[in-house]
Design a protein around this ligand. Sequence first.
Ligand SMILES: CC(C)(COP(=O)(O)OP(=O)(O)OC[C@H]1O[C@@H](n2cnc3c(N)ncnc32)[C@H](O)[C@@H]1OP(=O)(O)O)[C@@H](O)C(=O)NCCC(=O)NCCS
Length: 151
Amino acid sequence: MNEAEYARFCETEPAGYGAEMAAAGEWSAAEAPARAQAEFERLLPEGRATPGHHVRTIRRAEDAAVVGLLWWSYRPAAAETECFIWDIAIDPAFRRRGYASAALAALEAEARDAGALQVSLHVFGGNRGAIALYERIGYRSTHLKMSKPLR
Ligand SMILES: CC(C)(COP(=O)(O)OP(=O)(O)OC[C@H]1O[C@@H](n2cnc3c(N)ncnc32)[C@H](O)[C@@H]1OP(=O)(O)O)[C@@H](O)C(=O)NCCC(=O)NCCS
């Protein structure tokens, strides 16, 4: 990402994450923006230069137009054997054309070369499209949190 792309990412990423956490019932709508912002700054204290983190645009091969983004890191907690995807997003106009699948395949190759033994991510249970994508390319669920509304 160039500087302008990263500046936009810093505006949209915490807002989107906070909205998802609120929609999932994890955080209240009132506290979500501040908690998401704090989590974002904790993860990327040095911005796109934060060691171990990779924040990239996904570009179309034909003309290098930006079609989405991919953010991952190698997790020290897993003895640097795990590549963890913090976010992948394809702009709505470019979805269902294989860009996420292609970007994830490229990431797998890069992570393997970097010594990672597995690639992981978190996805909200209601995100059926993303889950369908991940299952199709070989991801399997390792944790499952279930809940039932009482009111
Ligand atoms: C999830 C997302 C990244 C998928 O990107 P994409 O480029 O459209 O995905 P692909 O074209 O590579 O999809 C490949 C396959 O995954 C499955 N898939 C992808 N999106 C799907 C959807 N909305 N519904 C059902 N299946 C879907 C399909 O099997 C698809 O193949 P098909 O189009 O031939 O049926 C994109 O929808 C997105 O940006 N969503 C919003 C952000 C998001 O939820 N990110 C995930 C965070 S965990």
